[in-house]
Design a protein around this ligand. Structure first.
Ligand code: H2U
Ligand code: ZN
Length: 350
């Protein structure tokens, strides 16, 4: 065993420049805390009360078409819109000797989309066929292509499961497209650009090659894609999905890459479901290059963050030291990768 398998240490996330504390010795501790109820999966292919099922009426009175493949619409309750807000001027601005820079605001405009993956209410990315999942990837590509023309940052994501605050089990994801760069984008852009300047290479390309050579954090691999538990993973079974060639955003994917991605995602998600013996909750999302100008430092990637720790009923909470000082994990990324790899291998041998 290496010291990092048993001794507390910190690892640096080169994509954000932030650190994570790893405490492998703590995996032995007993658990007397909360056990989340296991997620129950819907049993009917159509739910008359679901606002995303085909033909149903949404909360605003709009009705869904009888869609047969993936379908997207503008979120009826968008977090962002194209209406321009004048920054709110604090009343403190008028206080003599005040410090207005402590009350900084900025306008933000954007567009929010909801993407239904499939008309069947029971389906999930893990139970779609490769054909059906490829159609979802094709919709991501199409949406990203049109939204990138107008917005700086196009965030494709999915929250799955009640544990992640998802209100509806109908298979769906979202896109928030904004005219400015959010925090995570700013960090990842700065780190990737600094790497290119210093090394003349693409950070995540080099990282993927290193992980392929090392092997102990690899989970799944095909002709065009690799999934790894990153060296700096924060969530216990977090994975990073990387393309094998340099691609800036989803709209750069070739048909074969789209299909292989659908295949890899389906297998990975089935692996998660098997590992936790439940439809595994997660937040998953794509980070693609900002804007439409070439950003050679940026490599397209997806982050997959399941909140579960040791079983379907024990989730990780980001509290205490993690909120106040630094994120921390117990299980090493290497042992998480080994367990996930086994689950995925089981899925593939079926
Ligand atoms: P969740 O992934 O958090 O369940 O979100 C589903 C989205 O669907 C949510 O952002 C939108 C909500 O605003 N929605 C509609 O656009 N129309 C509706 O009739 C209900 C929900
Ligand atoms: Zn539904």
């Amino acid at each position: 065993m290496k010291p990092v398998d048993t001794m507390p240490h910190r690892r640096r996330n080169p994509l954000t420049g932030e650190w994570v504390t790893v405490s492998p010795q703590r995996t032995a501790r007993p658990w007397q805390g909360e056990e989340t109820a296991e997620a129950s999966a819907p049993t009917n292919s159509y739910d008359p009360a679901c606002y995303l099922c085909p033909g149903n009426t949404r909360a605003t009175g709009a009705s869904n078409p009888n869609y047969v493949g993936p379908w997207a619409f503008d979120n009826d309750f968008p977090a962002l819109s194209d209406a321009q807000a004048t920054p709110v001027q604090s009343e403190l601005l008028s206080v003599p000797g005040g410090a207005p820079e402590l009350f900084t605001a900025s306008p933000v405009t954007g567009r929010c989309r909801v993407l239904c993956y499939h008309p069947d209410h029971r389906k999930t990315l893990s139970t779609l066929s490769t054909e059906e999942a490829s159609a979802v990837v094709a919709l991501w590509v199409e949406e990203v292509r049109s939204l990138r023309a107008q917005y700086q940052w196009v965030q494709v994501f999915e929250n799955r499961g009640a544990a992640m605050g998802c209100s509806n089990p109908h298979p769906h994801g979202q896109i928030w497209a904004v005219d400015s760069l959010p925090n995570e984008a700013v960090k990842e852009l700065a780190q990737q650009e600094a790497w290119l300047d210093a090394h003349g290479s693409v950070l995540l390309q080099v990282y993927r090659e290193q992980e392929a050579a090392l092997g102990d954090r690899l989970v799944l691999d095909n002709a065009h894609w690799t999934a790894v538990v990153p060296y700096w993973a924060v969530w216990p079974f977090e994975t990073l999905v990387l393309p094998k060639r340099h691609i800036e955003h989803l709209d750069g994917l070739q048909p074969d890459e789209q299909r292989m991605l659908a295949d890899l995602l389906g297998t990975l998600m089935r692996g998660y479901d098997v590992l936790f013996n439940t439809p595994c909750p997660y937040t998953m999302g794509w980070h693609g290059a900002p804007g439409t100008e070439a950003t050679p430092a940026w490599q397209l990637h997806a982050h997959l963050y399941p909140p579960l720790l040791r079983s379907a009923s024990v989730r990780k909470h980001m509290v205490g030291y993690e909120m106040l000082s630094e994120v921390q994990r117990d299980l090493t990324p290497e042992s998480a990768a080994a367990r996930l790899r086994d689950a995925v291998a089981g899925v593939m041998s079926r």
